[in-house]
Design a binder for this molecule. Sequence first.
Ligand code: GRF
Length: 203
Amino acid sequence: FPIVVLISGSGSNLQALIDQSLQGQLNINICAVISNKAEAYGLERAKVAGIPTHSLSHKSFDSREAFDTELQKLIDQYQPKLVVLAGFMRILTETFAQHYEGRMLNIHPSLLPKYKGLNTHQRAIDANETEHGVSVHFVSPELDAGAVILQASTTIAEDDTAESLASKVHSMEHIIYPLAVKWFSEDRLTFHDGKAYLDKSML
Ligand code: GRF
């Protein structure tokens, strides 16, 4: 099952996908990893795993549209059935998001619809939340607003900091993101009319 993964940083979620596919838990073929940052550590992880990599800097383009058009061309060369955003820190144009509607996933470190955008851990602490977590969702043109597929949550302890919470959330990410990718690759997770559906056999 061909997928392309987009990253901007460390790539620990990418690593979880690589590991699970090597262990035979995930029947996917990561055709390429693309980063908008040349220094992203995730590119090294991909190289170690023998996956083709590309770095496409948004800074070389005059506009968001021009960057997204080039990115789309690059992705589509691989004809992926799914595009996985794994810490890809770019706002997407509507055209790009629509092109991959129903076949592009993102993972966001909050219990959506709460805390869209950045600094989610600190914002949850500042708001005295007792719970925090992570969401996997289909990507829609509006930021962090597409149909939610799966969430995992944890309690916020008195002594939690943004860092300690981020690390708890990260461990949950590495469990739920590969799971959502697995469901999609097995056609047990689908998308119709803006909504995510899980196959009845899973309920
Ligand atoms: C994760 O916290 C994810 O929720 C967010 O970006 C981060 C990516 O981490 N979208 P990594 O690069 O996979 O380690």
